[in-house]
Design a binder for this molecule. Structure first.
Ligand code: DOR
Ligand code: ZN
Length: 400
């Protein structure tokens, strides 16, 4: 694309640029961003010019469950990507624990086709661990990485020789017991389960540990020299929320005790770590089953950025940290031209009103899963617009 090609969606105003807020003009030349000074003309098909807003690089979520196919009653890539747009997220990586499971080349192809047809943001697929190294080789062409669940720990040899990204759910089954009692899973699924599982990956070259929920886990990941991500729910909520909200706050790994939550947040603030939602929608009737039977997981795409912006507004973390954790570092991990508002990157950005405060009312969500452990909480930061590759996909409650 030359800089003479016409501009699709532009923005004029305050942008987040190289660690700080500055006045500028964003232009999209085809799918590519051009950043110019504040006086440059915004001669675009659509030019967003709204005082009081800030343009951030679009968020990148490396851990979501868009479900689809035979799990479409929980979510599908269309509703899941609408939730992403509402949350200022421009790219997601989708997990393979679906029906059918994405652990064969055929099923991976089905998954990628479905994502291609229904996604409104950039959607990437992880592959599950297949039966043989030959399949790993085939699948690595279509997948952004492989996802290892606890039930895969005894077939890690299949991944030998694969040099790409391996994302691991670290919960060692020997240290995990289910408690029927809301509030107690923080302990029955032992905090030790995380470091014990991580130890199994010592000989791997490149591993990323996802939804690390304990200080024990963070220390082990760092000790092994691997990257990790934390979720907004583990940073902000505790097992007392599980005790009160029961299934609507049931998740794996579980919400932890207050001391561990506070230490996790402290470690996260000191470190270069990623935030990912583990957006894991289930149908409401499934979440209304008795506590021991209801499935773990809840939606997160529509509350993640506002929950981080709330920490920013409270003075707990800088805006730079928000952008680094939920845009720049995850983009780098997946090797995407996202995460920075700089000329030459993809023209995917989100416009937020940092001074707007709203109450989480999950029945208003775009995801099919209209419940949340954040229900009733007041969060700062409203997503006004989300632009993906130069195209405006969301603006003020409407999707395009
Ligand atoms: O709470 C969870 N829900 N943890 C997982 O690891 C899976 C996820 C899901 O797919 O629902
Ligand atoms: Zn997950």
């Amino acid at each position: 694309m030359t800089s003479r090609s016409p501009c699709g969606t532009g923005y004029k105003g305050t942008i987040f640029y190289k660690g700080e807020l500055t006045e500028a003009t964003l232009l999209s030349r085809g799918e590519v961003l051009e950043v110019r000074g504040p006086a440059a003309p915004c001669d675009c098909e659509v030019c967003l010019e709204m005082g009081g807003t800030v343009a951030l690089p679009g968020m990148v979520d490396i851990h979501v469950h868009l479900r689809g196919l035979l799990l479409s009653h929980k979510e599908d890539p269309r509703t899941g990507s609408r939730a992403a747009l509402r949350g200022g997220v421009v790219a997601v990586a989708d997990m393979p624990n679906t029906l059918p499971k994405v652990n064969t080349p055929e099923n991976l192809k089905l998954k990628v086709e479905e994502l291609g047809k229904k996604c409104l943001v950039d959607c990437y697929a992880y592959a599950g661990v297949p039966g043989s190294p030959e399949e790993v080789k085939l699948m690595s062409r279509l997948a952004v990485g492989f996802k290892v669940y606890p039930e895969d720990y005894d077939k890690l040899h299949v991944l030998e020789g694969y040099e790409g990204l391996v994302v691991v759910h670290p919960e060692h089954p020997d240290y995990v017991k289910e408690s029927p009692e809301p509030g107690e899973r923080a302990f029955s699924r032992s905090p030790e389960a995380e470091p014990k599982a991580m130890e199994l990956f010592r000989s791997f070259k490149k591993v990323h540990f996802t939804h690390v929920s304990t200080p024990e886990g963070v220390r082990k990941a760092k000790d092994l020299g691997f990257s990790y991500d934390v979720t907004p729910h583990h940073l902000l909520l505790t097992n007392e929320v599980e005790r009160r909200k029961k299934c609507k706050a049931k998740v794996n790994p579980p919400l932890r005790d207050e001391a561990r939550r506070a230490e996790l947040l402290e470690l996260f603030l000191e470190d270069e770590a990623i935030v990912a939602t583990d957006h894991a929608p289930h149908a409401i009737w499934e979440k209304e089953l008795p506590f021991p039977e209801c499935p773990p997981g809840f939606p997160g795409l529509e509350t993640a950025l506002p929950s981080l912006l709330t920490l920013y507004k409270r003075g707990v973390m800088s805006l730079e940290k928000v952008v680094k954790a939920y845009s720049e570092l995850p983009a780098d991990l997946l090797g995407l031209r996202l995460g920075r508002l700089e000329s030459g990157f993809l023209a995917s950005f989100t416009v937020v009103d940092l001074n707007s405060r709203w109450r989480v009312e999950p029945w208003e969500f775009e995801t099919k899963a209209k419940y949340s452990p954040f229900e009733g909480m007041e969060l700062w930061g409203e997503v006004v617009a989300t632009v993906v590759r130069g195209k405006m996909r969301y603006f003020a409650g409407e999707f395009y």
